[in-house]
Design a protein around this ligand. Structure first.
Ligand SMILES: [Ca+2]
Length: 466
């Protein structure tokens, strides 16, 4: 679109008569490409730009310097599968009843001494759900999925319905699927070839690099039409593996406690950098929205945040979130408004010129007004529901709500409350539930209303066997 046309469009937007024009524009050639990259288990402090001085992540730091970084971004859940389902659909894990990593521990599971059995949950995304990929594909986008899917595990789901391969990305709106299956953890970074769609190429190939190659191939093939590339990386999920030379570099760096983990983060960053460079080379960066985030907190140390993956404390759910959208998003900007994975689906639909709410109810909200710095969001609260036991964790089942500076956590085993003022206490060390009992009660009432409206499956209390 020419400068004059943009000027005219701006005037029309101001006059309130632009939606028809936007629809016309959306069908034209200049609809932006969309690249959505999600890391696995990458914590809030796991990038240089997030304030970690021990890590070299120049590519993602650079992406943030060219775009907007959300300081208070949240995963929809403290574990993989529900966050992924929320990203695909714009629905909350509570509404989807997809609340735990697949296959999970099973509905009857109660850890020793616990008085509460976890809630029933679905371990796969049903085909009846309308995904962001299906919407974009219908609108003419080429759609590619590369990496970890983890939305097709049918263990314990009985004999009825589609089988696991029929729940993979190619049946949820993606033209291309490289690797997407039920697998949660990768089978080994240097021997990744048990993943469907990634046949052996050479011994010693590093999986993040291979996935970058697949992404590059997809954008080359589709450079002449709008494309939606969804790269859900296996990094930096356990097992922690990285090229030896990179590990050695971090062994020599004072202050680094886990050289392999640091090296794995840089390995991920380098691979992503190759895709970003390819977008530059192809002349596509100017018309491509790149969104980078993570699916839950780190398995390891998230300091200054409390706890880690599997917990509703900030360490389990607060994540990096960067959006680059040249010509729209101000470079090197930050946004403190809380956003959540569930927002990505309506956001990407709006970016593509589609009506986010046309197909099914959305729990997320488009963050385009924040990206354009043109307005606020309609909602004031973010909600979380984690009624399940995480693998290898001693988490208590609970729900949470973030509103403004406050965050409330309710434990489902005894209905006790924890209230934190995140502006003064990001480490969630001082429980204000007694001191600020009015605020705690108000947020708890909102959480209850939201759980009810979402049709959330609740865990069941039971006698403790001794
Ligand atoms: Ca994860």
């Amino acid at each position: 679109m020419s400068f004059c046309a943009r000027l005219l469009l701006s005037a029309l937007v101001f006059a309130g008569i632009a939606p028809v024009l936007f629809a016309a524009e959306a069908s034209g050639r200049d609809r932006p490409n969309i690249v959505m990259i999600m890391a696995d288990d990458l914590g809030w402090m796991d990038l240089g730009i997030q304030g970690n001085p021990l890590l070299d992540t120049p590519n993602l730091d650079g992406l943030a310097k060219q775009g907007m970084r959300f300081t208070d971004a949240y995963a929809a859940a403290p574990v993989c599968t529900p966050t992924r389902a929320a990203m695909m659909t714009g629905k909350s894990p509570a509404r989807l009843t997809i609340t735990n990593h697949a296959p999970g521990n099973g509905p009857g599971f109660a850890a020793e001494g616990r008085n509460i059995a976890e809630a029933k949950n679905l371990t796969y995304l049903p085909l009846s759900e309308i995904t962001v990929a299906e919407r974009l594909k219908d609108a003419g986008y080429a759609t590619g999925f590369i990496g970890k899917w983890h939305l097709s595990d049918r263990k314990g789901a009985g004999d009825k319905g589609p089988l696991e391969p029929q729940l993979r990305p190619e049946h949820q709106g993606f033209d291309l699927n490289v690797g997407g299956c039920n697998m949660g953890g990768p089978p080994g970074f240097f021997d990744p070839y048990k993943i469907p769609g990634i046949p052996p190429r050479r011994i010693g190939e590093y999986l993040p690099e291979r996935l970058a190659d697949e992404c590059i191939s997809f954008v080359r093939t589709n450079r002449k039409r709008p494309f939606f590339l969804c790269w859900w990386d296996y990094s930096v999920h356990y097992p922690i593996q990285a090229p030896e030379a990179l590990i050695e570099k971090y062994r020599k760096r004072p202050g680094v406690k886990d050289p392999a983990y640091a090296a794995m983060i840089e390995g991920m960053d380098s691979a992503i950098g190759r895709l970003l460079t390819e977008l530059d080379t192809l002349g596509l960066s100017g018309n491509t929205v790149v969104l980078f985030t993570s699916d839950n907190g780190s398995l390891f140390d998230n300091k200054p945040l409390r706890a880690n993956k599997g917990f509703l404390y900030e360490g389990g759910i607060r994540i990096p979130w960067i959006v680059r959208w040249p010509g729209v998003v101000s470079p090197a900007s930050t946004c403190p408004v809380p956003v959540i994975t569930t927002d990505t689906c309506p956001t990407l639909l709006e970016i593509a010129g589609l009506n986010p709410g046309a197909a099914q109810p959305s729990d997320g909200e488009s963050i385009v007004p924040l990206l354009k710095q043109s307005g606020a969001l309609a909602r004031n609260e973010l909600y979380f529901h984690y009624p399940n036991y995480a693998f290898h964790k001693r988490n208590r089942l609970g729900g949470a709500v973030r509103e403004g500076r406050f965050k409330l956590i309710r434990h489902y085993d005894d209905d006790s409350l924890e209230l934190y003022d995140l502006t003064e206490d990001i480490g969630e060390a001082r429980n204000l539930a007694q001191k600020e009992s009015f605020t705690a009660a108000a947020l708890n009432a909102k959480l209850n209303a939201w759980l009810k409206a979402s049709g959330a499956e609740m865990p069941v209390r039971q006698p403790v066997e001794r």
